[in-house]
Design a binder for this molecule. Structure first.
Ligand SMILES: [Zn+2]
Length: 114
């Protein structure tokens, strides 16, 4: 972990800013720590502290290419985190439904059940 990201990690209380997961709970969890640019660098998001947050790998994966807005400004930081969190939680719900089909296949609703 770079000194730069260590500063981000500390600022974010060693938690994923999107799901709140404690990333220091065990080594396996620590291994999924990632840095995330609120506005992606591919969309000209700056590589600076205010545009970077601590994320877990799952949230970063679910975020995908989602961009909360076109331009980054420090005033938009809280708004952008909220927008990204909302996007991630919606995608998480979709994937949880997939997961439930595998863990509880007998609960699966098919068109013939109605
Ligand atoms: Zn997370």
């Amino acid at each position: 972990m770079s000194t730069f990201f260590a500063e981000v990690f500390e600022r974010d209380n060693r938690r994923c800013v999107y799901c709140g997961r404690d990333l220091m709970v065990d080594f396996e969890t620590f291994m999924i720590v990632e840095e995330d640019h609120l506005v992606p660098q591919s969309k000209d998001g700056p590589h600076e502290l205010a545009n970077i947050v601590t994320a877990c790998r799952v949230c970063n994966l679910l975020k995908g290419n989602f961009t909360p807005g076109n331009e980054y400004s420090e005033e938009k930081r809280v708004e952008y985190i909220a927008k990204i969190r909302s996007h991630i939680m919606a995608r998480r719900a979709e994937r949880m439904a997939d997961y439930a089909c595998w863990t509880h296949p007998s609960d699966k609703v098919t068109p013939d059940d109605s």
